[in-house]
Design a protein around this ligand. Structure first.
Ligand code: ZN
Length: 242
């Protein structure tokens, strides 16, 4: 099976479309959450993903859009964008987001938004935190999103060490030797300094994880955000990828 792995679309329809086009053929989509929040097209993105056989997890911004979280935990820009998203959601999108699970097991893979220890909130940004989190899932692999940074944590069980792998876009990474926590990065708001949409292709027959990037018309998303009076910092960060 060939899976398109995406996360943190954040209502950025042009970025989502660029990924769908660039991915080539795939059997199924696994989406690690945060379909909405920040971007201008929450309903359109939720509608679009339903054209495909897919599993989607709940993220903190999805819950915020449903009013399930106290927005005081968000910074001012995220709070404004969440309040706007809450107003914007149509009943069908609301119902879709309400039904999203926080954790799903699929064969060798556990899927969560943040971390296996705290699926909605925890940010796995370093090998120390990742090492602890390997105890919170029993499958060989866990796929996460939330940080908007493509990264892989690999656990060497013999030496009891956790390594960080920064993805290379030239060679697919073989799966098998180590247990891994894999993050495809963010489709709609990358934060690793590369503004291109980030995603991955998981090929379970070949046993590979292929990190990928694709350019999209950032200015179209920015224009739609401006038209909705969204915070300037959120508009600008799309072109810096920070
Ligand atoms: Zn996010």
């Amino acid at each position: 099976m060939r899976y398109l792995i995406i996360s943190d679309i954040h209502a950025n329809r042009p970025a989502l479309e660029a990924v769908l086009k660039d991915a080539g053929s795939f059997d199924k989509i696994w989406c690690l959450g945060d379909m909405v929040g920040y971007g201008p097209d929450p309903n359109e993105c939720v509608e679009r993903i339903q054209d495909f056989d897919h599993i989607c997890l709940a993220g903190n911004h999805d819950w915020a859009a449903l009013g399930r979280l106290n927005l005081e935990n968000f910074n001012i820009d995220a709070r404004m964008a969440s309040a706007w998203t809450q107003q914007e959601l149509n009943p069908a999108t609301h119902e879709y987001l309400e039904a999203l699970p926080t954790r799903v097991g699929q064969g060798d893979f556990t899927l969560v938004h943040g971390s296996p220890r705290e699926p909605i909130w925890e940010y796995l940004l370093d090998a120390g935190l990742a090492a602890v989190n390997f105890r919170y899932f029993s499958t060989r692999f866990c796929i996460i999103g939330h940080t908007h940074i493509p990264i892989i944590f690999a656990l060497d069980e013999v030496r009891d060490r956790c390594h960080t792998l920064i993805p290379s876009y030239t060679d697919p990474i073989p799966l098998g030797a180590y247990r891994m926590i894999l993050n495809p990065g963010s489709v709609g708001q990358p934060r690793d300094g590369d503004p291109r949409a980030s995603y991955a292709i998981l090929d379970t027959d070949a046993g590979t994880w292929e990190p990928r990037r694709v350019s999209y018309p950032i200015e179209i998303t920015q224009e739609r955000m401006r038209a909705r009076n969204m915070p300037r910092r959120l508009i600008r960060r799309l072109e810096s990828g920070r």
